[in-house]
Design a binder for this molecule. Structure first.
Ligand SMILES: [Zn+2]
Length: 139
């Protein structure tokens, strides 16, 4: 699978930068971090597949999933086909998502209003947390 984002700063500004021990090495142009893709290993791949399919089921578009996970939208659509994921017909809600640091997340959830009439999933994403929220009973 293709990883499009820097594991450190999550931007897509990465370029190929040689091959080391038969692994493609990349350089992040924003934070100058070097990384190789195989280093992430198979386990993380499965993790991203699961996350991508969850987000797809929650109604996010391939492009949105690409932006969140750094996995190309083509790869995501291939996974959807491969695992025969069928999305239910969309209701009249669209989930929103936010990326928080741990402290921001705690602050956000302190406000009980954020929780009323809403469902949410919190998932770890690198050193940040992603919160996907859908307001079910809004009109
Ligand atoms: Zn970076």
């Amino acid at each position: 699978m293709e990883i499009l984002a820097c594991p450190k700063c999550k931007t897509n500004a990465i370029v190929k930068s040689g091959v080391i021990n038969q692994k493609q090495r990349y350089l992040c142009k924003k934070c100058n971090y070097y990384f190789t893709v195989n280093k992430l290993g198979k386990k993380i791949d499965d993790y991203y597949v699961t996350k991508a399919l969850q987000l797809y089921l929650e109604g996010l578009s391939y492009r949105e999933i690409e932006r969140i996970l750094g996995v190309s939208h083509v790869t995501v659509s291939n996974w959807v086909k491969e695992f025969r994921i069928k999305r239910l017909t969309q209701g009249d809600y669209h989930p929103t998502y936010k990326i928080f640091s741990h402290l921001e997340l705690v602050e956000y959830l302190k406000n009980k209003d954020q929780l009323s009439g809403a469902g949410m999933i919190i998932t770890e994403l690198g050193d940040k947390f992603m919160l996907i929220k859908w307001e079910r009973f809004k009109d």
